[in-house]
Design a protein around this ligand. Structure first.
Ligand code: TXA
Ligand code: MG
Length: 340
C-alpha cells in the first residue's frame, strides 16, 4: 500500500487536514499527532476500518481502543452513563492526556471495545488531531501508532519507521509534548481505578477522586492468567530487542551495581552519569519526570537502532509523572526488575 505523507505543523495546513479527514470518512487509516504520542486513527463506528487497525499494528484483538472526540457533545451516544467523578475529571483534564473508561452504548462496535461492555474516551489537546476529528465528523478509534509491542511513537519518524506501507496516510507534524500515553481511569467500577498512569498524575486525579485505587498492574506484573482490568497492561510492551534490566535503588547503589555488570548501555539520570563506567545515556535530572517521559520512547527505540544487546535502566521514583515512566520501564524490561 502507498502511504501518503501529509505535512501539517499547524492549522494553516488546511489541505492536508482535509485530506486526512476524507480518508477517515472513507474507512481508511491515518496516523496523526496527539500531545501524548502519535495515534493510528480510524472511524470508531466502522467495524471493517477498526479491524484494519489491529492488522496494521499486529495487535491482539482483545486489547480495546481509545475513542477520540473533539467536543463534550461528542460523548452523546457513545457512553451510556457519566458518573459525577468522571464529569469532574473531564472538565478538569480535557482537552488533554486523560482517558475515561465508561459503560458503552450499542453504537460502539465490539471490535472497538475489545469485546468489553465499556469504552475508553479521550479528548486530545493537539489542535491538528482535534481539527481532523471535527472535519471528519467521526469519533476516531486510535491506539498508539507503533507496531504492537514496540515503544510508542513520540515523533513522526517513529511512525514512518513502523507503519510506512501499511496504512493510508501519516500526518507528519511536531514531536509529541508529553511523550508517554494518556492516563487511563475506569469509572465503570466503584471506587474509580487508575489503569494506566500518564500525563495526568495520580496526585492530580486524587483532587477529584479522593478514593482512587491504583490497579496492581500499574506497578507490577499481572499474575499469569489473571483477569486484568486493562488488557493492554498484561503484555510485554515498549520493549527493545535488547535484554533490559530495571534497577531500583539510590545513585550510589545503582553505580556500584552497574560497575559490576558491564552492560552495553546504562540509561540513567544526569546525577548518575559521572559515577558509571559503562556508556550512558541520560533521561535528564532524576527529579525531572516530565523530561524523562518526553525522552523515554526515543531512547528505547535508539537501543535497537544502535544494536545494544544488554541495557540497565535506573528506575525513577514513582511520584508525579515518575509513575508513568516506571510503568513503561517495567514493561520494557519484560518485568525484569532488581531491587538494590
Ligand atoms: O495517549 C494515548 O492514550 C494514545 C493516543 C493516541 O491517544 N493512545 C493509546 O492507545 O495509548 P493504546 O491503544 O495504545 O492504549 C490504550 C490502553 C490499553 O492499555 C487498553 O487496554 C486500555 O487503554 N483500554 C482501552 N479501552 C479500555 C476499556 N474499555 N477498559 C479498560 N482498558 C481499556
Ligand atoms: Mg499502545
Amino acid at each position: 500500500m502507498k502511504t501518503a505523507l501529509l505535512y501539517a505543523d499547524n492549522l494553516t495546513s488546511k489541505d492536508e487536514i482535509a485530506k486526512a479527514a476524507e480518508i477517515l470518512k472513507n474507512g481508511g487509516l491515518v496516523a496523526l499527532p496527539t500531545e501524548t504520542v502519535y495515534g493510528l486513527a480510524a472511524d470508531a463506528l466502522n467495524e471493517k476500518a477498526v479491524k484494519n487497525i489491529f492488522v496494521a499494528k499486529g495487535r491482539p484483538s482483545d486489547n480495546p481502543l481509545i475513542v477520540h472526540i473533539a467536543e463534550f457533545s461528542d460523548l452523546d451516544g457513545i457512553v451510556s452513563e457519566i458518573t459525577p467523578e468522571a464529569k469532574k475529571c473531564m472538565q478538569a483534564f480535557w482537552p488533554g492526556p486523560f482517558t475515561a473508561v465508561l459503560p458503552k452504548t450499542e453504537k460502539i462496535p465490539s471490535v472497538t471495545s475489545g469485546g468489553l461492555d465499556t469504552v475508553a474516551v479521550r479528548m486530545p489537546k493537539n489542535d491538528i488531531a482535534r481539527e481532523i476529528i471535527k472535519k471528519s465528523g467521526l469519533p476516531l478509534a486510535a491506539p498508539s501508532a507503533n507496531r504492537s509491542g514496540s515503544p510508542s511513537p513520540s515523533t513522526a519518524q517513529h511512525v514512518i519507521d513502523d507503519l510506512m506501507g501499511k496504512i493510508d496516510a501519516i500526518v507528519v507534524s511536531k514531536n509529541c509534548d508529553v511523550g508517554v500515553e494518556s492516563t487511563v481511569v475506569s469509572f465503570a467500577v466503584n471506587p474509580p481505578r487508575l489503569l494506566r498512569p500518564g500525563g495526568v498524575t495520580a496526585e492530580q486525579l486524587k483532587q477529584y477522586i479522593p478514593d482512587l485505587v491504583i490497579d496492581a498492574a500499574v506497578l507490577s506484573q499481572p499474575e499469569k492468567g489473571a483477569k486484568v482490568a486493562s488488557p493492554g497492561m498484561k503484555y510485554k510492551h515498549y520493549a527493545p530487542k535488547a535484554d533490559v534490566t530495571l534497577a531500583v535503588g539510590d545513585k550510589k547503589a545503582f553505580a556500584e551495581y552497574c560497575n559490576t555488570q558491564n552492560a552495553d548501555l546504562v540509561i540513567c539520570y544526569d546525577e548518575d552519569v559521572g559515577l558509571i563506567n559503562s556508556p550512558t545515556v541520560s533521561l535528564g535530572f532524576s527529579a525531572d519526570h516530565k523530561k524523562q517521559a518526553e525522552r523515554l520512547f526515543d531512547t528505547l527505540r535508539d537501543v535497537d537502532k544502535k544494536g545494544y544487546k544488554t541495557v540497565i535502566v535506573h528506575a525513577p521514583t514513582t511520584d508525579e509523572m515518575g509513575l508513568a515512566v516506571y510503568n513503561r520501564l517495567i514493561r520494557a524490561a519484560g518485568f525484569k526488575v532488581v531491587q538494590l
